[in-house]
Design a protein. Structure first.
Length: 610
């Protein structure tokens, strides 16, 4: 059964309650704003400013009142063992079993079937030299039986004829009428003629009866009576008994569970080092004139799935706006974390320690990916998420469910056209992903600290992939093409909905690139570090907009094509962006890259087996 999550219209009193709960003061996290300032800047809503903010997840090894970073100890990151765990609850093992069994069984069954046909056909033709037509007829009975096992007589067909309350009689009647007696009187007469003329056919027919009856009638129906299981599936177990044990053995060795531990999540002020996860300095995010904002609004005359326009109310969460002329002062955030990611046997236990939330077994160093992520110079300014109830649609998964219109902006460099591989401050604006430990003594003890409260590893100072000056601007849904959250049965759906074949809708999304690449009716645009839709004026400052419909991903030395909003990668000898380094610091420069003007026509992510 298909279900849809429905979000009812927000009542004003709910919004008032939400805002009231949001404005409780928190130390170093709220700046008091006057009504006048708030009104001039944002309209009505709740404004937040982060002042001298920093955080890091440290674990129980850090027993002092202050963090390890405040005590001037060597390698304070060893205490970064506070974690977020994505716990494996298992998957649909019956589905896995059936899937593996079908593969194994189909091969073994075909082999057994073909051997029987070949043996009987050979004996028949050798002893009696019958014409090929009669031999083909005899072989065709095997073919009919084999094909019907995977075509006509599947479970759905059996259910039409089989009353499970009287399994033996009903199934036997169906079995006899469709397999043994045959559908055509002419065929029965032909078989009778062969039996009368050549007695050996009786022996061959007995062989057919022995094979098929042992496979289906004798065991399958009996098992179905006892267990109420599908007789066709039970027939497989009888046909090739070794297949069941083989499949269980195969599945038990499969690494079908993922167990993820995200450790030491940290936010602090950018410090120019891609070797440490936490700078222990606070950063400011937003100002009184350009704060974080939570507010309600209405967009008028929205068309989503039909040409009928309606007003759509929404709740918006907006990061501070990004100035049209960017400033390096906005790129002041450092993000750090490290993770252990495991592959586990499907039969492994998911029992956890009730105190720590960590598993008690099932994790192996040999099945582990350990990595560190450090990012410097980040800015999320210009990002926003709008939540609303979608309009009515003929697709039940789209209709009146939770919709999102979001722009996620992760920028590190307002002037990427000036970047070169010789810049001394490359690490001030970059992302590093590394895996190597500093040395054998720095890789921690055991599979992961959550299990044994060991220290966090210390990663090598150089090794990893470096992404310098990444500017990532993603559009995931808009008011005309929502990003919906829904369900099908027990499975979760995340979907950027299909763009309707309606000009009044798709012309608001598609983009006119000029030079004959699009028509003047197309109003879409690309969001990149330079521009993101129609600019916004707030007070005397011009900010980048939030109406773009296309995404842009740029890494490294990138320039803007004159008189357009398109980007291209600089391919000169000094261009950089993607670089690999080994444990001694030797590097390989792979230049810059751009993926520009990305439009998601339709994207659907769905869980399976839940």
């Amino acid at each position: 059964m298909t279900q849809s999550i429905r979000i009812h219209r927000f009542r004003k009193r709910y919004l008032t309650l939400l805002m009231s709960m949001s404005i409780f003061p928190a130390a170093h996290a709220m700046q008091e704003l006057s009504d006048h300032s708030l009104s001039d800047t944002t309209g009505e809503g709740v404004a937040l400013v982060l002042d001298n903010f920093k955080m890091v997840f440290q674990g129980p090894n850090d027993l002092s009142a202050g963090s390890s970073y405040a005590r001037s100890i060597v390698d304070p990151g060893k205490a970064d063992t506070g974690f977020i765990r994505i716990i494996p609850t298992g998957e649909n093992y019956q589905y896995l079993y059936d899937n593996y069994y079908e593969k194994k069984y189909a091969s073994d069954y075909q082999t057994a079937y073909q051997t029987a046909v070949n043996n009987n056909t050979t004996a028949y033709t050798t002893k009696y030299g019958e014409v090929k037509a009669d031999t083909t007829l005899y072989s065709s009975k095997y073919t009919e039986f084999y094909n019907s096992r995977y075509a006509t007589y599947e479970k759905a067909e059996i259910d039409r004829y089989w009353n499970r309350s009287n399994a033996l009689n009903e199934y036997q009647a169906f079995y006899n009428s469709h397999i043994w007696r045959g559908a055509a009187e002419a065929e029965r007469r032909t078989i009778a003629r062969i039996k009368e003329r050549e007695s050996v056919v009786d022996d061959a027919t007995a062989k057919v009866e022995t094979d098929t009856k042992n496979w289906i009638e004798a065991e399958a129906v009996r098992q179905a009576q006892l267990t109420q299981k599908d007789p066709i599936k039970e027939a497989k177990l009888v046909a090739v008994p070794s297949a069941s044990n083989s499949v269980v053995s195969q599945i038990s060795q499969q690494k079908t569970k993922a167990d993820v531990f995200i450790y030491g999540l940290a936010l602090s002020k950018s410090d120019g080092s891609l070797s440490t996860r936490f700078s222990n300095e606070g950063f400011n995010w937003g100002t009184a004139d350009n704060p974080w904002l939570v507010h309600a609004g209405t967009q008028e005359n929205v068309m989503q799935f039909t040409e009928t326009p309606k007003d759509v109310g929404y709740i918006a969460i907006e990061a501070p706006l990004m100035p049209v002329n960017g400033t390096a002062a906005d790129n002041n955030i450092k993000l750090g974390l490290w993770a252990d990611i495991f592959a586990r046997d499907f039969q492994s236990s998911n029992v956890v320690d009730p105190i720590t939330g960590a598993p008690t077994s099932g994790l192996s160093v040999d099945q582990r990916l350990r990595l560190q992520v450090v990012a410097n110079g980040l800015s999320l300014n210009g990002s926003q998420v709008r939540l609303f109830q979608t309009l009515e649609s003929s697709d039940i998964n789209y209709s009146e469910t939770l919709g999102l219109a979001s722009i996620i902006r992760l920028n590190t460099n307002d002037a990427p056209e000036t970047l070169t591989k010789d810049d001394a401050d490359l690490s001030h604006r970059g992302i590093r992903i590394s895996t190597a430990a500093r040395d054998n003594n720095s890789d921690g003890d055991g599979p992961t600290p959550a299990m044994n409260r060991s220290e966090a590893p210390i990663f090598n100072d150089y090794e990893g992939v470096y992404l310098y000056s990444p500017n990532i601007n993603l559009v995931l849904g808009n008011m005309y093409q929502p990003f919906v959250v829904g369900s099908e049965g027990n499975n979760i759906i995340l979907e950027v909905t299909r763009i309707p074949n309606i000009p009044s809708i798709y012309n608001k999304i598609y983009q006119n690139y000029g030079g004959g690449l699009g028509s003047v009716d197309m109003k879409g645009s690309t969001c990149n570090v330079y521009q993101c839709g129609t600019p916004i004026m707030s007070g005397s400052t011009s900010y980048q907009g939030n109406t773009a419909t296309h995404s842009s991903i740029a890494i490294g030395s990138v320039e803007r094509i004159p008189d357009t909003n398109r980007l291209r990668a600089i391919d000169g000898a000094n261009a950089t962006g993607i670089m690999f380094k080994d444990t001694t610091g030797n590097s390989k420069n792979f230049g810059s890259a751009v993926i520009d003007g990305v439009l998601i026509q339709h994207l659907k992510i769905k869980t399976t087996g839940l």
